[in-house]
Design a protein around this ligand. Structure first.
Ligand SMILES: NC(=O)c1ccc[n+]([C@@H]2O[C@H](COP(=O)([O-])OP(=O)(O)OC[C@H]3O[C@@H](n4cnc5c(N)ncnc54)[C@H](O)[C@@H]3O)[C@@H](O)[C@H]2O)c1
Length: 250
């Protein structure tokens, strides 16, 4: 208990999936939470669940593709809690199509959230962290930001961009005591993957070369996020935390 006691953590895409699980675990460990998502009902529900069990969370509606939304979220979060210590850039979308079927709209949609949205988050939260004197930025990439696979070119390009944006931000802002790392989940059982995890044959295909032959539960990624949010990771920056059941090991 208390591994992130009183740290103010902003989590995007916190209404569902892994973002929701990160919120619950960080709250259990003492964090104060700014939760954001485009889904208002589910986002307010998770903030209420945390507050009802003695935590401290606010929900703000937020489209991470919007620069204006980002400015407002960072302002409102700082007004409410006085600072931001941790950003979990988690919101993301997946379009699965071969390259020749990927339209310009598909490409731009994925980049607007997975790449531009993450860039805005890093950019606007840095000012708040500089004021606070320290910070930890956790960008959620994917194993698909490390290796190739069929049918997800826009997604993979976006997650590769997140991997290197992370390293650049780590280099640029180390002098301000701001650490920036990326997390690379493998196959996780969430809304994003549920349509592929219905039949054994599809699950097997999606698991690819994973050594642990099952999808992870979201909380198995949240433990990594908790580590990066906490001071336990004080010597870690510009790095990649791969949590993939050994997918990229072979
Ligand atoms: N599920 C996996 O297997 C897997 C693997 C590797 C990486 N990831 C990454 O992990 C992150 C979380 O994925 P998940 O599986 O929990 O997805 P999910 O689809 O279950 O949840 C994503 C959340 O992001 C929100 N969101 C979508 N677009 C948004 C926007 N423009 N602004 C704000 N919020 C928005 C959704 O409403 C939802 O609450 C994503 O970045 C994803 O790419 C997922």
């Amino acid at each position: 208990m208390g591994r992130v006691q009183d740290k103010v953590c902003l989590i995007t895409g916190a209404a569902l999936g892994m973002g929701r699980e990160h919120a619950l675990l960080l709250a259990e460990e003492g964090a104060k939470l700014i939760l954001t998502d485009i889904k208002t009902d589910e986002g307010e529900a998770i903030a209420k669940e945390i507050n009802d069990s003695g935590g401290d969370a606010i929900f703000i509606k937020h489209d991470t593709a919007s620069e204006e939304d980002w400015k407002q979220v960072v302002d409102k979060g700082c007004q409410h809690f006085g600072k931001i210590d941790v950003l979990v850039n988690n919101a993301g979308v997946l379009v699965l199509k071969p390259i020749q079927e990927t339209t310009t709209e598909d490409w731009d949609f994925v980049q607007s959230i997975n790449t531009r949205g993450v860039f805005f988050g890093v950019k606007y939260v840095l000012t708040a962290m500089q004021k606070a004197g320290s910070g930890s930025i956790i960008n959620i990439s994917s194993i698909y930001g490390i290796i190739g696979a069929p049918s997800a070119s826009a997604y993979q390009a976006s997650k590769g961009a997140v991997r290197l944006l992370t390293k650049t931000a780590a280099v640029e802002y180390a002098e301000f005591n701001i650490r920036v790392n990326s997390v690379h989940p493998g196959v996780i059982a969430t809304n994003m993957t549920k349509d592929f995890l219905t039949e054994e044959a599809n699950t097997e295909a999606l698991l690819g070369s994973a050594i642990i032959r099952r999808p992870a539960q979201p909380k198995e990624i949240s433990w990594g996020v908790l580590f990066l949010a906490s001071d336990e990771s004080s010597y870690m920056t510009g790095s990649e935390l791969v949590i993939d059941g050994g997918y990229t090991a072979t």
